[in-house]
Design a protein around this ligand. Sequence first.
Ligand SMILES: Cc1cc2nc3c(=O)[nH]c(=O)nc-3n(C[C@H](O)[C@H](O)[C@H](O)COP(=O)(O)O)c2cc1C
Ligand SMILES: Nc1ncnc2c1ncn2[C@@H]1O[C@H](COP(=O)(O)OP(=O)(O)O)[C@@H](O)[C@H]1O
Length: 333
Amino acid sequence: MQVYHHINDFTRLENAAVTIGTFDGVHLGHQQIIKELTDCAKLIKGETVVLTFFPHPRMILNPENHALKMINTMAEKAEILDHLGVDHLIITPFTRDFSNQTPEAYIKNVLVEQIGLKTMVIGYDHRFGKDRAGGLNELKQFSATYNYTVKEIAEEDVKDAAVSSTRIRNALNVGDVGTALELMGHPFTLSGKVVRGDQIGRTLGYPTANLFIEENYKLIPADGIYAVTVELLGNRNKNQQVNDPYHPANAKKAGSHPHYQGMAYIGHRPTINGMSRNIEVNIFDFNEDIYHQNIQLNFLHFIRHDIRFDSLEQLKTQLAEDKKDTIRYFARG
Ligand SMILES: Cc1cc2nc3c(=O)[nH]c(=O)nc-3n(C[C@H](O)[C@H](O)[C@H](O)COP(=O)(O)O)c2cc1C
Ligand SMILES: Nc1ncnc2c1ncn2[C@@H]1O[C@H](COP(=O)(O)OP(=O)(O)O)[C@@H](O)[C@H]1O
């Protein structure tokens, strides 16, 4: 997949099948749109283009709204779209100028002249252009003039499945990573660098790698303990991943890097009166120094809520129970 950070970097295609959206979570509904896009591209012997906005329009229009958290970082989204076989991903900065275009100007200047639109695949409720005046009707209205077709994804197709980014965010906010997995068809992930903590973990017999997440817009699930798989990504630069998905350090094929099971903790560590909200993982059958490495946690199952214990000894007893519960979860297959 080719990634572009500005529409001007894009070289117009002969036959582009295009879709536009935020695609947060790249859930089963989104995957249906991408599948439709791929089928349309085959019909016109063309290539697939996903046009997305980053930062999210609401982050720009509402920068003080810290409540707006995203299921995916841009890098994670790019990676999933790449796996789904998308040919071109255009990440457009959402500027006032851009959003002030009329629907026709947007269709003509951006979609037709800069991208080479031949087939538009679009969800029933997508809006674009100044005051969100553009939608399916406008796309259809100008299709004859600018010589493209419109493939609509019907409301019932998306709604039937009851899949939405909002529903996934709500599930994650209460720790229900199982529902998120079901609605996305892939696990919710957190990735970042391993940083030093207070080094208490190892004294309990449960060393925990502490995760630092760079993207402040990333949604962190509810406090609690989770069954996760852990991928050791080495020292790759996550930003490079978006800029250059072909960089060898960014190749992330199944089995190309170590994969472990583990139990993750999200919370303030009330037992030791911790101040910060930590994301930590105890990796099973593992004993290596991974400070400064990038790791990815794949969240599969909620184990329990965070608890304040009266002593570290009690916490340690509970950690042994958590490990048993987590192993039992994985054994269930
Ligand atoms: C699976 C797991 C469950 C945990 N559960 C709790 C908990 O219920 N209450 C709590 O205060 N801390 C909990 N912790 C966090 C520990 O307090 C923390 O790992 C320990 O203080 C070590 O911190 P350090 O990595 O900064 O050294 C848990 C950690 C893990 C890995
Ligand atoms: N099984 C393991 N799970 C997690 N980290 C491990 C494991 N074995 C070794 N480590 C290393 O130990 C560190 C965690 O030890 P810990 O005592 O909890 O220190 P800290 O408080 O700095 O996280 C990790 O960052 C990692 O480098």
